[in-house]
Design a protein around this ligand. Structure first.
Ligand SMILES: [Fe+2]
Ligand SMILES: [Fe+2]
Length: 299
Protein backbone atom coordinates (compact mmCIF):
# COMPACT_ATOMS: atom_id res chain seq x y z
CA UNK A 1 0.00 0.00 0.00
CA UNK A 2 1.16 3.53 -0.80
CA UNK A 3 -0.11 6.40 1.38
CA UNK A 4 -0.24 9.88 -0.13
CA UNK A 5 -1.06 12.76 2.23
CA UNK A 6 -2.73 15.86 0.78
CA UNK A 7 -2.50 19.22 2.51
CA UNK A 8 -3.33 22.61 1.04
CA UNK A 9 -3.68 26.36 1.49
CA UNK A 10 -1.58 26.89 4.62
CA UNK A 11 -1.58 30.70 4.01
CA UNK A 12 1.45 30.98 6.27
CA UNK A 13 1.47 33.67 8.92
CA UNK A 14 2.56 35.95 10.39
CA UNK A 15 4.12 37.43 7.32
CA UNK A 16 6.93 39.99 7.28
CA UNK A 17 6.05 43.69 7.27
CA UNK A 18 5.62 44.83 3.67
CA UNK A 19 7.75 47.55 2.19
CA UNK A 20 5.73 50.64 1.31
CA UNK A 21 6.71 50.15 -2.33
CA UNK A 22 5.03 46.72 -2.25
CA UNK A 23 1.66 48.02 -1.10
CA UNK A 24 0.21 49.12 -4.39
CA UNK A 25 -2.62 47.68 -6.49
CA UNK A 26 -3.86 44.25 -5.55
CA UNK A 27 -1.34 43.84 -2.73
CA UNK A 28 -2.79 46.94 -1.01
CA UNK A 29 -6.35 45.56 -1.00
CA UNK A 30 -5.04 42.13 -0.03
CA UNK A 31 -3.08 43.58 2.87
CA UNK A 32 -6.12 45.47 4.19
CA UNK A 33 -8.21 42.30 3.90
CA UNK A 34 -5.54 40.33 5.79
CA UNK A 35 -5.38 42.89 8.61
CA UNK A 36 -9.16 43.12 8.90
CA UNK A 37 -10.17 39.51 8.52
CA UNK A 38 -7.90 36.81 7.21
CA UNK A 39 -5.31 36.96 10.00
CA UNK A 40 -8.09 35.75 12.31
CA UNK A 41 -8.89 32.83 9.98
CA UNK A 42 -5.44 31.41 9.16
CA UNK A 43 -3.43 30.67 12.28
CA UNK A 44 0.03 29.27 12.72
CA UNK A 45 -0.90 27.30 15.82
CA UNK A 46 -3.71 25.56 13.90
CA UNK A 47 -1.35 24.65 11.07
CA UNK A 48 1.18 23.25 13.56
CA UNK A 49 -1.44 20.87 14.96
CA UNK A 50 -2.45 19.68 11.51
CA UNK A 51 1.17 19.12 10.44
CA UNK A 52 1.97 17.24 13.65
CA UNK A 53 -0.96 14.90 12.99
CA UNK A 54 0.02 14.45 9.35
CA UNK A 55 3.58 13.55 10.26
CA UNK A 56 2.30 11.03 12.80
CA UNK A 57 0.41 9.36 9.94
CA UNK A 58 3.82 8.64 8.36
CA UNK A 59 2.70 8.94 4.72
CA UNK A 60 4.96 7.74 1.91
CA UNK A 61 4.66 11.10 0.16
CA UNK A 62 3.03 14.51 0.74
CA UNK A 63 1.23 16.62 -1.88
CA UNK A 64 0.77 20.34 -1.21
CA UNK A 65 -1.66 22.09 -3.55
CA UNK A 66 -0.70 25.74 -3.19
CA UNK A 67 -1.45 29.05 -1.47
CA UNK A 68 1.55 28.86 0.84
CA UNK A 69 1.76 32.65 1.08
CA UNK A 70 -0.79 35.45 1.15
CA UNK A 71 -0.03 38.55 -0.91
CA UNK A 72 3.23 37.44 -2.57
CA UNK A 73 5.50 39.81 -0.65
CA UNK A 74 9.13 39.16 -1.52
CA UNK A 75 9.76 38.35 2.16
CA UNK A 76 7.08 35.64 2.31
CA UNK A 77 8.86 33.10 0.11
CA UNK A 78 11.91 32.22 2.23
CA UNK A 79 9.86 31.43 5.40
CA UNK A 80 7.59 29.28 3.22
CA UNK A 81 10.66 27.38 2.06
CA UNK A 82 11.52 26.67 5.72
CA UNK A 83 7.98 25.45 6.30
CA UNK A 84 8.24 23.10 3.30
CA UNK A 85 11.49 21.72 4.71
CA UNK A 86 9.68 21.06 8.00
CA UNK A 87 7.32 18.77 6.05
CA UNK A 88 10.09 16.83 4.38
CA UNK A 89 12.87 16.95 1.77
CA UNK A 90 11.98 17.90 -1.84
CA UNK A 91 11.96 14.27 -2.96
CA UNK A 92 9.19 13.44 -0.47
CA UNK A 93 6.98 16.51 -0.95
CA UNK A 94 5.39 17.61 -4.24
CA UNK A 95 4.09 21.16 -4.55
CA UNK A 96 2.00 23.10 -7.03
CA UNK A 97 1.50 26.88 -6.67
CA UNK A 98 -1.78 28.65 -5.92
CA UNK A 99 -3.15 32.04 -6.87
CA UNK A 100 -1.85 33.62 -3.65
CA UNK A 101 1.67 32.46 -4.60
CA UNK A 102 1.40 34.48 -7.83
CA UNK A 103 -0.75 37.29 -6.45
CA UNK A 104 0.71 40.01 -8.66
CA UNK A 105 2.79 40.15 -11.82
CA UNK A 106 6.48 39.34 -11.72
CA UNK A 107 6.60 37.10 -8.64
CA UNK A 108 6.70 33.65 -10.27
CA UNK A 109 10.51 33.87 -10.23
CA UNK A 110 10.37 34.02 -6.42
CA UNK A 111 8.45 30.80 -5.96
CA UNK A 112 10.53 29.13 -8.65
CA UNK A 113 13.82 30.08 -7.00
CA UNK A 114 12.76 29.38 -3.40
CA UNK A 115 10.58 26.31 -3.90
CA UNK A 116 11.80 24.99 -7.26
CA UNK A 117 13.09 21.63 -6.06
CA UNK A 118 9.67 20.83 -4.58
CA UNK A 119 8.11 21.38 -8.03
CA UNK A 120 10.67 19.72 -10.27
CA UNK A 121 10.00 16.65 -12.37
CA UNK A 122 12.21 13.57 -12.13
CA UNK A 123 13.77 14.29 -15.50
CA UNK A 124 14.48 18.01 -14.98
CA UNK A 125 17.96 19.31 -14.21
CA UNK A 126 18.67 20.81 -10.79
CA UNK A 127 18.78 24.36 -12.05
CA UNK A 128 16.11 26.57 -10.46
CA UNK A 129 14.97 27.91 -13.81
CA UNK A 130 14.20 24.36 -14.92
CA UNK A 131 10.81 24.27 -13.16
CA UNK A 132 8.26 23.41 -15.82
CA UNK A 133 4.60 22.51 -15.65
CA UNK A 134 3.27 19.96 -15.89
CA UNK A 135 5.98 18.06 -14.07
CA UNK A 136 6.06 14.30 -13.58
CA UNK A 137 7.35 12.46 -10.53
CA UNK A 138 7.15 8.69 -10.13
CA UNK A 139 6.81 7.48 -6.56
CA UNK A 140 6.03 3.82 -5.93
CA UNK A 141 3.02 2.95 -8.11
CA UNK A 142 2.11 6.65 -8.46
CA UNK A 143 2.65 9.16 -11.23
CA UNK A 144 2.37 12.60 -9.61
CA UNK A 145 1.59 15.14 -12.33
CA UNK A 146 1.83 18.74 -11.11
CA UNK A 147 0.08 21.62 -12.90
CA UNK A 148 0.27 25.35 -12.35
CA UNK A 149 -3.00 27.29 -12.47
CA UNK A 150 -1.39 30.22 -10.62
CA UNK A 151 -1.70 33.45 -12.59
CA UNK A 152 -1.97 37.07 -11.40
CA UNK A 153 -5.49 38.48 -11.55
CA UNK A 154 -7.29 41.78 -10.97
CA UNK A 155 -8.25 42.81 -7.41
CA UNK A 156 -11.11 40.73 -5.96
CA UNK A 157 -10.55 38.00 -8.55
CA UNK A 158 -8.94 34.63 -7.77
CA UNK A 159 -9.28 32.81 -11.08
CA UNK A 160 -6.73 30.34 -12.39
CA UNK A 161 -5.58 29.36 -15.85
CA UNK A 162 -3.56 26.47 -17.25
CA UNK A 163 -3.08 27.60 -20.85
CA UNK A 164 -3.13 25.55 -24.03
CA UNK A 165 0.49 24.43 -23.91
CA UNK A 166 0.21 22.96 -20.42
CA UNK A 167 -3.05 21.21 -21.28
CA UNK A 168 -1.53 19.69 -24.42
CA UNK A 169 1.49 18.41 -22.51
CA UNK A 170 -0.80 17.01 -19.81
CA UNK A 171 -2.54 14.83 -22.39
CA UNK A 172 0.80 13.28 -23.44
CA UNK A 173 1.87 12.64 -19.85
CA UNK A 174 -1.45 10.98 -19.00
CA UNK A 175 -1.11 8.65 -21.99
CA UNK A 176 2.51 7.78 -21.20
CA UNK A 177 1.77 7.04 -17.54
CA UNK A 178 -1.22 4.88 -18.51
CA UNK A 179 1.09 2.83 -20.70
CA UNK A 180 3.45 2.51 -17.70
CA UNK A 181 0.43 1.23 -15.72
CA UNK A 182 0.90 3.90 -13.05
CA UNK A 183 -1.77 5.32 -10.74
CA UNK A 184 -2.05 8.84 -12.14
CA UNK A 185 -2.58 11.63 -9.60
CA UNK A 186 -3.07 15.14 -11.02
CA UNK A 187 -2.18 18.00 -8.64
CA UNK A 188 -3.73 21.40 -9.31
CA UNK A 189 -4.60 24.34 -7.05
CA UNK A 190 -7.95 25.31 -8.58
CA UNK A 191 -10.83 22.83 -8.59
CA UNK A 192 -11.77 21.51 -12.04
CA UNK A 193 -15.38 22.68 -11.55
CA UNK A 194 -16.65 25.72 -9.63
CA UNK A 195 -20.22 26.66 -8.75
CA UNK A 196 -21.66 29.94 -10.07
CA UNK A 197 -21.23 31.32 -6.53
CA UNK A 198 -17.48 30.84 -6.99
CA UNK A 199 -17.35 32.17 -10.56
CA UNK A 200 -14.80 34.83 -9.56
CA UNK A 201 -12.40 32.13 -8.38
CA UNK A 202 -12.90 29.48 -11.07
CA UNK A 203 -10.40 27.76 -13.33
CA UNK A 204 -10.99 29.73 -16.54
CA UNK A 205 -10.01 26.90 -18.88
CA UNK A 206 -11.62 24.23 -16.71
CA UNK A 207 -13.63 22.91 -19.66
CA UNK A 208 -10.44 22.20 -21.66
CA UNK A 209 -8.85 20.58 -18.60
CA UNK A 210 -11.88 18.34 -18.08
CA UNK A 211 -11.96 17.44 -21.78
CA UNK A 212 -8.37 16.14 -21.57
CA UNK A 213 -9.19 14.14 -18.46
CA UNK A 214 -12.27 12.70 -20.15
CA UNK A 215 -10.25 11.62 -23.17
CA UNK A 216 -6.97 10.51 -21.58
CA UNK A 217 -8.03 9.48 -18.06
CA UNK A 218 -6.51 9.81 -14.58
CA UNK A 219 -7.04 7.88 -11.39
CA UNK A 220 -7.28 10.91 -9.07
CA UNK A 221 -7.39 14.71 -9.24
CA UNK A 222 -6.51 16.61 -6.06
CA UNK A 223 -6.84 20.34 -5.47
CA UNK A 224 -7.11 23.13 -2.91
CA UNK A 225 -8.44 26.73 -3.23
CA UNK A 226 -12.02 26.28 -1.95
CA UNK A 227 -10.88 25.51 1.63
CA UNK A 228 -13.38 22.66 2.17
CA UNK A 229 -13.32 18.87 1.98
CA UNK A 230 -15.02 18.00 -1.31
CA UNK A 231 -15.46 15.08 -3.67
CA UNK A 232 -16.93 15.12 -7.17
CA UNK A 233 -16.59 12.71 -10.07
CA UNK A 234 -15.40 13.86 -13.49
CA UNK A 235 -16.04 12.06 -16.76
CA UNK A 236 -13.30 9.58 -17.66
CA UNK A 237 -12.69 7.33 -20.67
CA UNK A 238 -13.51 4.11 -18.80
CA UNK A 239 -14.68 5.14 -15.37
CA UNK A 240 -15.42 8.38 -13.49
CA UNK A 241 -12.42 10.23 -12.06
CA UNK A 242 -12.66 11.30 -8.40
CA UNK A 243 -11.62 14.93 -7.80
CA UNK A 244 -10.94 15.81 -4.19
CA UNK A 245 -10.43 19.06 -2.33
CA UNK A 246 -9.21 19.64 1.21
CA UNK A 247 -9.73 22.50 3.66
CA UNK A 248 -7.06 25.06 4.39
CA UNK A 249 -4.58 23.45 6.77
CA UNK A 250 -4.53 26.58 8.93
CA UNK A 251 -8.12 27.76 9.13
CA UNK A 252 -9.94 28.36 12.40
CA UNK A 253 -13.37 26.71 12.53
CA UNK A 254 -16.01 29.43 12.43
CA UNK A 255 -19.59 29.49 11.29
CA UNK A 256 -18.67 30.04 7.66
CA UNK A 257 -15.44 28.01 7.65
CA UNK A 258 -14.95 24.29 8.01
CA UNK A 259 -12.22 23.06 10.32
CA UNK A 260 -8.62 22.74 9.27
CA UNK A 261 -7.64 19.33 7.98
CA UNK A 262 -6.01 17.19 5.35
CA UNK A 263 -6.59 13.86 3.58
CA UNK A 264 -4.77 10.57 3.24
CA UNK A 265 -5.15 8.50 0.05
CA UNK A 266 -4.37 4.85 0.69
CA UNK A 267 -3.68 3.24 -2.69
CA UNK A 268 -3.19 -0.41 -3.50
CA UNK A 269 -3.75 -2.82 -6.37
CA UNK A 270 -2.61 -2.52 -9.94
CA UNK A 271 -3.63 -1.04 -13.26
CA UNK A 272 -7.22 -2.01 -14.05
CA UNK A 273 -7.90 -2.97 -10.41
CA UNK A 274 -6.79 -0.01 -8.28
CA UNK A 275 -8.28 0.53 -4.86
CA UNK A 276 -8.12 3.95 -3.23
CA UNK A 277 -9.42 4.71 0.22
CA UNK A 278 -9.71 8.32 1.33
CA UNK A 279 -9.33 9.19 4.97
CA UNK A 280 -10.26 12.78 5.89
CA UNK A 281 -8.82 14.14 9.13
CA UNK A 282 -9.95 17.38 10.76
CA UNK A 283 -9.25 19.51 13.78
CA UNK A 284 -12.09 19.65 16.32
CA UNK A 285 -13.98 22.95 16.38
CA UNK A 286 -12.42 23.82 19.74
CA UNK A 287 -9.02 23.43 18.07
CA UNK A 288 -7.85 20.80 20.53
CA UNK A 289 -7.80 17.41 18.80
CA UNK A 290 -7.42 15.88 15.35
CA UNK A 291 -9.61 12.96 14.35
CA UNK A 292 -10.82 11.01 11.34
CA UNK A 293 -14.07 12.49 10.04
CA UNK A 294 -14.69 10.45 6.90
CA UNK A 295 -13.44 7.28 5.22
CA UNK A 296 -14.62 6.34 1.75
CA UNK A 297 -13.45 4.13 -1.07
CA UNK A 298 -13.29 5.45 -4.63
CA UNK A 299 -12.44 3.85 -7.95
FE1 LIG B 1 -6.37 29.46 -0.40
FE1 LIG C 1 -6.46 29.80 -3.82
Amino acid sequence: MFVLAHLSDPHLSPFPPPRWSELVGKRATGFVNWRRNRHLVHRGEVLARVVTDLRASAPDHIAVTGDLVNISLVGEYAPARSWLESLGPPGDVSLVPGNHDAYVRGVARHFRSHWGDYMRGDDASNHASEVEFPYLRRRGPLALIGLSSAVPTAPFMATGRLGGEQITRLAGLLDGCRRERLFRVVLIHHPPVSSSRRHFKRLIDGASFRAVLERHGAELVIHGHDHVHSLIYLEGPQRPIPALGVPSASQVARAEHSSAGYSLYRIEGQAGAWRCEIVARELSRDGETMSETRRIAVG
